[in-house]
Structures are given as structure tokens and as C-alpha cells.
Design a protein around this ligand. Structure first.
Ligand code: CP
Length: 324
């Protein structure tokens, strides 16, 4: 099963591949550690020496702005040496397999790989191939998981809303193709959110919503009624086989988050989006840039959460020998 190799025989957190099955106490520990790292970004000298002498390789086989950059900043703030591989100009283009690429980078004394790949399961495959002292972080694999995004979203929700137990969270849009939504749903249900809703056309619902512990809605007005958190998702056309929505303009007219629809949620509701955003398709600019939006704080929080995960895997935090 994907995820069963996240913890080593001594119970140490070795890889970070999925939020599925991650115990609540582990998630809380990561969020608490991230909280302590927020202040590092507010100092004049934004560095701590926890990963001095460690090599981190960011290996992205798919486009990224937020994840790749915040992982680079996180590694540098921990004083690691961070190398970014542009797979567009790497030997992958000459037919080298992913595993051979990893073996060659291991030979350069890599301690930690951050992997993004369009195939579900790629990070898991790599984690199974690396030696015991090397760690792998999944930075998004196909439709499967984006666990660091999931946890930075939990961090953001906790910062604005406090406890998870009273919260109703609505995830709006293309849940079917979203690795972010899967990682969020596993974390939200583990943390005991009162209700997690998914809202969108049936063609974009997950195959078995109740199996994931979510309540599906096709109607935006009903689904948004009284919610505390709204997470808007991009339509992931690159992962769709055929047209699953009638047209972009019809999608926005039915499911776009407009100020009028936002008014149906709790007056204190926050609006989130993992990015990249398509304004006028899934979200109106007035909402994306409005007072309830926490979309840019999500990005900033990603640095502290990714610092916490990198330091945890490397065993660089005090008391990191207890089971995950
Ligand atoms: N949220 C997210 O994964 O964004 P990027 O694709 O820019 O990394």
C-alpha cells in the first residue's frame, strides 16, 4: 500500500509521501514545529543551522511555481545546500529512467529528494529504491497526493480558525483530478473536522465520495450554506480525458466563486486556493483579492511547513526519535 514505507523500523518518520493514514498527533507535531519556524522568516537573518551540511535535490518533472520555490527557500532557511534539477534540460530528455537519474544523484551524496512527477505513485517508487539514509518528499504525484500542500492548508486553517472540530469545509471544483483535494480530505477527516463537503458537477466528484468521508453537492448555494472554509480548486484540464464540463463560461456561471456566492457562507469564512488560479473560471477576482481571501498567506505558510517536514525527516529536531 502507498504510504506504508513512510516510517522506518525504529518508528522514525523517513519519507513524506501521503497524508493518508498519517496519525493526528504526527500532523499536529508538524503544524506545531511549523509554527515555531514562522518567526525565522520574520528575522533579518532568515536562517537556522538545522540542516547545515545536508544536500537537498528538488527534482521536478512537472511545472511548479509555489511548491518548488518554497521548498528551495525552506531548505536554504535550514542552511542545507539545495540543488534544483530542471528536467527539461537533464538527461531524462535522452531517455534516462527516473530510477537511474535518482541513482546518479545519490552518487553525488544527496540526503533528501523532493519529487514532483505527473505519474501517481512515482514518489513512492523512488522512496522504495533509495538507501536507508536518504529521504523522499512527495511534492505532487499525478492525481494521487500533494501532502505538503495538504499540511500547509491545515496550518493555514488552524491559524485563522483554531480548532478543527467545529468546522465545515467546502472543497469546490475539480476534486476528481485533484491530488491536493485528496491530501486535504485525509488530513481534515483525521483532524476531526465536523463536515467536509465537495461541490461541483457529478463528473468532477471523486468516484466514491462517502468512502472518502465527504458529503457531495452539485448545488453551490446548498453546498456553501454556512461553511467556515471554502477551498477552490482549478479545473485540471491536463488530467481530463475528454470534456467533463460543458464550457468554461457555463462552469463559471454554475460553480465560480463570486461575491454573491461567498455571502452564502459564514460571514467569517476564509477563502483558500492552492494555486495556480484561473480568475474568471473558478474564482472571481473580487473574491481572490478580497478581505476573506487567505490565498497568499497559504503560500507564505508553505515555507514554514516545508521547513518542518524537511527537518523532521532529517532527524534534525529535538525529540525526533519517537514513533511517527
Ligand atoms: N499548489 C501548487 O502545487 O502550486 P505549484 O504547481 O505552483 O507548485
Amino acid at each position: 500500500m502507498i504510504g506504508d514505507i513512510q516510517v522506518d523500523a525504529q518508528g522514525r518518520h523517513r519519507h513524506f509521501l501521503t497524508t493518508e493514514g498519517l496519525p493526528a498527533h504526527t500532523i499536529i507535531e508538524i503544524l506545531d514545529t511549523a509554527e515555531s519556524f514562522i518567526s525565522v522568516g520574520e528575522r533579518e537573518i532568515k536562517k537556522v543551522p538545522l540542516l547545515r551540511g545536508k544536500n537537498i535535490v528538488n527534482l521536478f518533472f512537472e511545472a511548479s511555481t509555489r511548491t518548488r520555490t518554497t521548498f528551495e527557500i525552506a531548505g536554504k532557511r535550514l542552511s542545507a545546500d539545495v540543488i534544483n534539477i530542471n528536467t527539461g534540460v537533464s538527461a531524462t530528455q535522452k531517455g534516462e529512467s527516473v530510477i537511474d537519474t535518482i541513482r546518479n544523484l545519490e552518487a553525488m551524496h544527496t540526503d533528501l529528494f523532493v519529487i514532483r512527477h505527473p505519474q501517481s505513485g512515482a514518489a513512492d517508487l523512488i522512496a522504495r529504491s533509495v538507501p536507508a539514509h536518504v529521504h523522499v518528499v512527495n511534492a505532487g504525484d499525478g492525481r494521487h497526493a500533494h501532502p505538503t500542500q495538504g499540511l500547509l492548508d491545515m496550518f493555514t486553517i488552524r491559524r485563522y480558525k483554531g480548532a478543527f472540530a467545529p468546522l465545515t469545509v467546502a472543497i469546490v471544483g475539480d476534486v476528481l483530478h485533484s491530488r491536493v483535494a485528496r491530501s486535504q480530505i485525509h488530513a481534515l477527516t483525521t483532524l476531526g473536522a465536523r463536515e467536509v463537503r465537495v461541490i461541483g458537477p457529478r463528473s468532477l466528484w471523486p468516484p466514491v465520495p462517502e468512502g472518502l468521508g465527504v458529503v457531495p453537492y452539485t448545488d453551490m448555494a446548498k453546498g456553501l450554506a454556512g461553511v467556515d472554509v471554502i477551498i477552490v480548486l482549478r479545473l485540471q484540464f491536463e488530467r481530463m480525458n475528454g470534456a467533463l464540463i460543458p464550457s468554461a463560461s457555463e462552469y463559471f456561471s454554475l460553480y465560480g466563486l463570486t461575491p454573491e456566492r461567498l455571502a452564502l457562507a459564514s460571514p467569517e469564512a476564509i477563502v483558500m486556493h492552492p494555486g495556480p488560479m484561473n480568475r474568471g473560471l473558478e474564482i472571481a477576482s473580487e473574491v481572490a483579492d478580497g478581505p476573506q481571501s487567505v490565498i497568499l498567506p497559504q503560500v507564505t505558510n508553505g515555507i514554514a511547513v516545508r521547513m518542518a517536514i524537511l527537518a523532521r525527516l532529517a532527524g534534525a529536531l529535538p525529540g525526533e526519535t519517537k514513533p511517527a
